[in-house]
Ligand binder design. Structure first.
Ligand SMILES: Nc1ncnc2c1ncn2[C@@H]1O[C@H](COP(=O)(O)OP(=O)(O)OP(=O)(O)O)[C@@H](O)[C@H]1O
Ligand SMILES: Nc1ncnc2c1ncn2[C@@H]1O[C@H](COP(=O)(O)OP(=O)(O)OP(=O)(O)O)[C@@H](O)[C@H]1O
Ligand SMILES: [Mg+2]
Ligand SMILES: [Mg+2]
Lengths: 259, 259
């Protein structure tokens, strides 16, 4: 049975989408079957694979508004990564975004049914959430087994970690008693910057074993992903970003149960 | 009469809060009276001045829920910047965030009345919006004279500029016919990175005179702001980030009307 992990952060631009794309690719390259689900209306996940929001083919929006079934919305991401699939959010306007948020808030059962239908076919399901702690993220946490929080190695990102923990505890209390911590991932580390060292120390002190040992460095090749429309391992296996996401995938597979 | 400018981007981590704090400080240092308003529930703006969300003193949340008047929620930001004031959003939980969003959606008049009450006392009012195009941002655009869009010099940020333009046009059509473009600001430019040059070229080609000439470089001193709890000009006038925000303030004051 697949582990469903929500990738969550209230702070924007910390590497949620980059982690979904690149960790997903690395896990699938080590023989795991992985599904990525876009839950961020800006559609960064689908754009990372060249699949822009388009009404010619259905996505999560159509499934949750009961115009398509889950099987219709699963897409292959890359021909050299056959075990990596994607469900794009497929929201083409602010009006559709509002409709999706309304469905998630009022029909929690729909997302749950989708998750239960697809879960058996995968080892990992990674859900890319938007930078907010309200409905879309709460809905993802309500069906998740655990959550992964990217923490950019900058002061501004540290400050909101407490809000994420509080929001996850709320969901655990009200909707999903099994919700656990998958881990906190330090991202965009630049060892030359004074604040990077400080943030790493604080995260390790405050979050202890919940922080992954692997740290993702700032690597311009990772920032090329939205332009190359493929994960960094697919075009530069030797880059620092690729090596870090591969080591993260191995660290995850080396653990028995999640965090 | 003060110009009310909403700082908007669907992409997260592009420098919305950094621009509100640092551009606000520079405009106030050149003798303009400036008010910053936090509209992002994560509270990054107030944290940049050391004013965490606290229920000991009221903020925007209390004004919009009619527990306080606008005059009660204006705070001084820094003793050496006497012309820079701040209204913190003051949202302390996800439940309060939901309440605020509900008020903004159903009582558009309240924010409008607050804006009209405070506008005469300032030359510029900068509203720091969250990384989303739904209710909080739409409410800010509905009362704004114009909007400023930070565009991080990375591929992922370019991709959502079209969504911002579409969302602003919707608001212009339905709620605020005077809404104009204040400008598009290139941020975190790193001239060594190939994608920086490409994004600058594309923004200039696509947005022409709506793009500010001033470009904000990636500068670790700017990333120190949340830790030092003051704008970068207040602790390092000579840093590349300070010089860029000072030149941006001069470029804005040198124009007759907004773009
Ligand atoms: N390790 C890295 N090194 C360099 N750049 C990175 C790295 N990880 C992500 N980036 C870049 O940083 C920016 C932010 O990353 P990303 O979009 O994944 O963050 P996010 O948390 O999903 O943002 P949002 O809040 O918009 O959802 C993107 O331009 C991305 O390409
Ligand atoms: N010119 C710059 N040089 C270096 N770092 C910067 C610069 N501008 C902003 N930063 C840093 O980049 C990160 C993102 O900036 P900021 O928080 O202002 O973006 P935002 O768009 O407001 O993000 P959010 O989506 O969370 O609201 C922060 O850690 C900030 O300190
Ligand atoms: Mg994202
Ligand atoms: Mg911000």
């Amino acid at each position: 049975m697949g582990q469903l992990v929500a990738i969550v952060s209230q702070k924007g631009g910390v590497g949620k989408t980059a982690t979904a794309v690149n960790l997903g690719a690395c896990l699938s390259a080590i023989k795991r079957r992985v599904l990525l689900i876009g839950m961020d209306p800006q559609g960064g996940l689908e754009r990372s694979f060249g699949l822009d929001s388009s009404k010619d083919r259905p996505g999560l929006f159509e499934v949750l508004s009961e115009q398509a079934s889950p099987a219709d919305v699963v897409y292959r991401c890359h021909e050299r990564l056959p075990r990596l699939d994607l469900i794009p959010i497929n929201v083409a306007s602010v009006a559709e975004e509002a409709r999706l948020v309304e469905i998630l808030a009022n029909n929690a059962g729909r997302l749950r049914r989708v998750a239960e239908r697809i879960r058996p076919a995968y080892d990992f399901i990674l859900v890319d959430c938007p930078s907010r702690l309200d409905t879309p993220t709460q809905a993802a946490l309500a069906v998740a087994d655990s959550y992964l929080v990217p923490v950019q190695c900058e002061y501004s990102s540290m400050a909101t970690v407490g809000n994420v923990l509080r929001a996850a505890l709320e969901v655990r209390k009200n909707a999903n008693p099994k919700l656990g911590i998958f881990g906190f991932l330090l991202t965009m580390a630049d060892k030359r910057a004074r604040f990077t060292i400080k943030v790493i120390r604080e995260v390790r002190q405050y979050l202890k074993t919940h922080a992954f040992r692997t740290i993702i460095p700032r690597d311009p090749r990772v920032a090329e992903v939205p332009n190359r429309q493929q994960p960094v391992v697919a075009f530069d296996m030797e880059s620092p970003g690729s090596k870090a996401y591969i080591s993260l995938a191995r660290e995850i597979l080396g653990r028995s149960a999640p965090g």
